[in-house]
Design a protein. Sequence first.
Length: 288
Amino acid sequence: MTPVLEVIDLSHIYSVGTPFQHAAIEHMTFSVQRGELIGIIGHTGSGKSTLMQHLNGLLKPTSGKVLLNGVDIWKDKATTRSARFKVGLVFQYPEYQLFEETVYKDIAFGPTNMGLSKQEIDRRVRQAAQFVGVPEAHLEKSPFDLSGGQKRRVAIAGVIAMEPEVLILDEPTAGLDPEGRAGILKNIEAYRKAKNATILMVSHAMEDVARMADRLLVLDHSRIRMDAEPSEVFRHAWELEQIGLSIPQVTRVFLRLREMGISIDSSVYTVEQAVRELQRVKGGKHQC
């Protein structure tokens, strides 16, 4: 099966030929299957933002390729333009990019630029608003009258309304309270299931990304350090901390238990896994 997205030996060098020349990403290779949710984690300066901007053609590689459904997104201008609609990118704090008079017009901005009919734009706007939990009554309001969490939802809806095959989110829950964070993550998962969408999510909220992701890409100094399922990545918790990343709180607790001599699997990363592991350990002792 052809991956929906494939990155092949991708490198990007800023300020080539100047004293400020530096490599933001180097020789990255990975692929993403349709419907996968990939978490991207890494310390500040590891290359996360540069990588994201390559995936929908905002940046052109210094070397290497990005393939969308097997086609190089830089094949020609038409292909690059099409890729920017098929790979939707939601930047961190996207609510700062809202600018239209009404919520409806803000969500409709992308579909309008796609040249769609008014009927199709209306369908997409209302469906996208529903996915992210924006009430129908808010569509005619000014986005600037909404709360921070509501503005975030509107901004995400504006990208979802283009119905991208791949949705990339940069810190989608940054700055939100626990209730707002949980709501946004629930909306993202609902969109993924309804559309079988492929999602790449950059986040420092390790508990969130670990719980939702099928795989984690760990970036370190412009390269991919790990590419594996969360359970495998968190088996290397000490290594993650060495490169400046936090680990889920529950993983930290279980590492401490292991250090105290308790025979326990320290790669757990959700409360549910922790409960099962504690029950297993307790059951084993009882049998002894």
